[in-house]
Ligand binder design. Structure first.
Ligand code: ZN
Length: 66
C-alpha cells in the first residue's frame, strides 16, 4: 500500500479512488436525498461506480447528512 502525501494535509478525494467492489472507475454524480432515503431535500454529491453502480459517499456529503 502506498499512501499519497499531500502538502497541506489535503484529503484524497473519493472520486480519485477505485471501486472497492470491482475496481472500476468512480464517477461524480448527484442524486436527491429522497432517492437515497435520507431526510435531505436537495441533491447530495456522491461517487458512483460506472461498472457495478456501487455508491460511495464522500466525507463532506456524510457530514451534511448527519
Ligand atoms: Zn464497482
Amino acid at each position: 500500500m502506498s499512501e499519497r502525501s499531500a502538502a497541506g494535509g489535503e484529503a484524497v478525494s473519493e472520486f480519485e479512488l477505485s471501486c472497492a467492489t470491482c475496481g472500476g472507475t468512480l464517477s461524480r454524480t448527484a442524486v436527491s436525498g429522497d432517492t437515497l432515503g435520507v431526510a435531505v431535500e436537495r441533491e447530495v454529491v456522491l461517487a458512483e461506480c460506472v461498472d457495478c453502480g456501487e455508491r460511495y459517499f464522500p466525507r463532506e456529503t456524510l457530514d451534511e447528512l448527519t
